[in-house]
Design a protein around this ligand. Structure first.
Ligand code: TEU
Length: 548
C-alpha cells in the first residue's frame, strides 16, 4: 500500500470525465475505460466525487440515498468492477462522503417533514424569532438566508448550502450511528480512502445572530467537531491500517487543522484548506473582480507549510478542484505562456510538503470555460449569484464578467480527450458545453508529446516517489519578500532541494540567498538551464534543484 505522503491523488468529477453510453453524462464505466490513462500519469489514488442517488441539484452533493449508485452513473456492479480494475493497476479509490447535509429528498428528511419527531431530530428545526423572521441572520453559502420556512410546521430548518440541502444534526447520536454505518458499508466495497465534504461544519454552536458576519463563526470548527471526528475514526476507518482520509475544511483555522490532521490526533490523514484560493476575493466575498494578491498567496502558503510541519500535521496541497476555476487561467497565462505557466504552477505545488491533488484536466492545462450566456451555466451557486448580482444593480455584462472568473463551472467542463467532436467526451449532447479549445488542448496530443504538460505532471508525480526529500523534507521559505518569485528549500537527511518559480510573465533577476554550488537540475519548464547564484528567470520559469 502506498504511503500517502509519497502518493498523488487524482480527482474525478464523474459527470464530466468520460461518457461510455453516449447520454451526455460521464459514468462509472467511462472511468474504468480510462484507468490506463491515470496509471500512465502515475496517480496512486482516485478521489471520486459523489455518484450516489441524488436529485443532482448540486451535482450529487445532495445525497438522497447513500447506499445506492445513481443510475445516471451506472450500477453497483459497475462500481465494484471499477474498484477491482483500479486495484489491478495499483490504484485505490477514495469516496466523497457528504455528511454535513443530505438532500431534501432523503427519506430521513421526508419523514421529518411528515412530522415524525424521531427524524425531525436528525435535522435542525427551529422556531422563527417572530413571524416571518428566521431564527438567526445566518447566510447560506449559496446565497440568501440559511433558514428555510416550512409553513405546515411553522418552523425553519437550517441549510448552510442550498435550501435543497438540509443540515444534519450531528449532536444526535443516532445520526452519528447512521453515518458510521454508511462509512462501513463503503469500506466493505474495498475503497481505501474518503474525502469528507465540509466536515468542519458538522458541529453547530449557539444559534444566535452574528452581529458582524454571515454566521460562519458559530458553526465553523464548532464545539464538538474534534470529538465527532475522533469517534468516526475509532468506529470506522481508524480500524483499518493504511486508510487515507482528507477533510474539506471550510474557512478553517490552522490551529484546528493541527488537530484534524495531526499525526497522532486520531482524526484524519490530511486537510484541504482554502485560504490560498481566496487571494482574488475581497475578504470572504468571492463575487467581485479583484486581481490576485501574490504576496498574500505566498504568505499563506509559506505559513501553512511551516505551521503544519512544526505541529507534525499533514496538508493536502492543491490548486484545482470541481469548485475552483482552472489554475492556469487564474494565476497563470492561458494564452502566450500557457504551457510555461501551467508547468510553473505545477512545480510550485508539487515541490511542497503535503499530498498533491490533481483535478481532471489540470494535467493538460485545461482552461476556464469562457461561457458568455447564462444558459451555458449549470451550477446552482452560479445561477443563484447571477441573480443576486443583478438584484444588486449590476448589469448583465458585469455579472457575466464575474461569473467568467469565479464560477465553479469553469472547472466542470468535460475532460478533453481527443480532437474528435466534443473533445471525445461523448458522442451525445454533453450536459455542459465542452471548452472550444479542445482541438488544441487534449489528452491524446499531449500523450504523444514528450514536452507536454501531461508529461511534466507525470515527472513530478514520479519524483515524489523517487526522492524522499520531496515527500518528507522540511520546508523553508526563500527570499520571502521577493514580489515576483516564489522560492523555497526542502531538507532531509543531509539532502537539499530548492524550488524557484517566477510567478510572472516578465523576466526577473534573481539572486539566490542559498548557495547553489553543487546543485543539479531535477526538473524545469525551460530546457537550457545554467545554475548560478545570480539568475535571469524567464517568463514563468520554474526550476527544481537537488543536492545530495
Ligand atoms: O464545497 C464546500 C464549499 O464551501 C464550496 O462549495 C464553496 O461554498 C464554494 O466553492 C465557495 O464559493 C463542498 C463541495 O466541494 C461542493 O461541490 C458542494 O457544493 C458543497 O460542499 C456542498 O456540499
Amino acid at each position: 500500500m502506498a504511503d500517502f505522503r509519497k502518493s498523488t491523488v487524482y480527482q474525478i468529477y464523474p459527470k464530466s470525465f468520460y461518457d461510455s453510453n453516449q447520454d451526455g453524462l460521464g459514468d462509472l464505466k467511462g472511468i474504468a475505460e480510462k484507468l490506463d490513462y491515470i496509471k500512465e500519469l502515475g496517480a496512486d489514488y482516485i478521489w471520486l466525487t459523489p455518484f450516489f442517488v441524488s436529485p443532482q441539484k448540486d451535482n450529487g452533493y445532495d445525497v438522497e440515498d447513500y447506499y445506492k449508485v445513481d443510475p445516471r452513473y451506472g450500477t453497483m456492479a459497475d462500481f465494484e468492477r471499477l474498484v477491482q480494475e483500479a486495484e489491478k493497476r495499483g490504484i485505490q479509490l477514495m469516496l466523497d462522503m457528504v455528511f454535513n447535509h443530505t438532500s431534501n429528498r432523503h427519506q430521513w428528511f421526508q419523514r421529518a417533514l411528515s412530522g415524525d419527531e424521531r427524524y425531525k431530530s436528525f435535522y435542525i428545526f427551529k422556531k422563527g424569532k417572530e413571524k416571518g423572521v428566521p431564527p438567526t441572520n445566518w447566510q447560506s453559502k449559496f446565497g440568501g438566508s440559511a433558514w428555510e420556512y416550512v409553513p405546515e410546521m411553522d418552523e425553519y430548518y437550517l441549510h448552510l448550502f442550498d435550501a435543497s440541502q438540509p443540515d444534519l444534526n450531528w449532536d444526535n447520536e443516532e445520526v452519528r450511528a447512521e453515518i458510521q454505518k454508511i462509512v462501513r458499508f463503503w469500506m466493505g466495497k474495498g475503497v481505501k480512502g474518503f474525502r469528507f465534504d465540509v466536515v468542519n461544519l458538522i458541529s453547530k454552536g449557539e444559534f444566535r445572530d452574528d452581529e458582524s458576519g454571515d454566521g460562519r463563526s458559530f458553526y465553523t470548527d464548532g464545539p464538538n467537531v474534534h470529538a465527532y471526528l475522533r469517534e468516526l475514526n475509532e468506529k470506522t476507518f481508524g480500524q483499518e491500517a493504511d486508510f487515507v482520509t482528507v477533510g474539506e475544511m471550510s474557512s478553517t483555522s490552522m490551529e484546528n487543522c493541527f488537530q484534524y490532521a495531526g499525526k497522532d490526533s486520531g482524526e484524519l490523514s490530511m486537510v484541504f484548506s482554502f485560504h490560498h484560493l481566496k487571494v482574488d476575493f475581497m475578504g470572504n466575498e468571492k463575487w467581485v473582480l479583484v486581481p490576485a494578491d501574490f504576496m498574500k498567496l505566498k504568505k499563506i502558503l509559506y505559513s501553512w507549510q511551516t505551521g503544519m510541519e512544526e505541529h507534525n500535521a499533514w496538508n493536502a496541497v492543491f490548486w484545482c478542484n470541481h469548485d475552483q476555476p482552472r489554475v492556469v487561467s487564474r494565476f497563470g497565462d492561458e494564452k502566450k505562456y500557457w504551457k510555461e505557466s501551467a508547468k510553473m504552477l505545477a512545480t510550485l505545488l508539487h515541490g511542497m510538503r503535503g499530498t498533491p491533488y490533481v483535478y481532471q484536466g489540470e494535467e493538460l492545462g485545461m482552461t476556464n470555460a469562457g461561457f458568455t450566456d447564462i444558459s451555458q451555466y449549470k451550477d446552482v451557486e452560479s445561477l443563484n449569484h447571477f441573480q443576486i448580482l443583478k438584484d444588486k444593480g449590476l448589469s448583465e455584462e458585469d455579472a457575466y464578467r464575474i461569473l467568467q472568473v469565479h464560477s465553479r463551472d469553469n472547472g466542470r467542463t468535460p475532460m478533453q480527450w481527443t480532437t474528435d467532436k466534443n473533445g471525445g467526451f461523448t458522442q451525445g449532447e454533453p450536459w455542459i458545453e465542452v471548452n472550444k479549445n479542445y482541438t488544441r488542448i487534449n489528452a491524446s496530443q499531449q500523450m504523444e508529446d514528450s514536452d507536454s504538460i501531461f508529461h511534466y505532471y507525470q515527472n513530478l508525480i514520479r519524483l515524489r516517489k523517487e526522492y524522499d526529500i520531496i515527500a518528507y523534507g522540511s520546508f523553508q521559505p526563500l527570499d520571502e519578500e521577493n514580489p515576483s518569485v516564489f522560492a523555497y528549500k526542502r531538507e532531509y537527511k543531509g539532502e537539499s532541494l530548492v524550488v524557484i518559480c517566477n510567478f510572472y510573465r516578465t523576466w526577473q533577476s534573481w539572486e539566490s540567498t542559498e548557495d547553489l554550488t553543487g546543485y543539479s537540475h531535477l526538473l524545469g519548464n525551460y530546457s537550457d538551464i545554467r545554475i548560478e547564484n545570480k539568475m535571469k528567470l524567464r517568463p514563468y520559469e520554474a526550476v527544481m534543484l537537488y543536492k545530495a
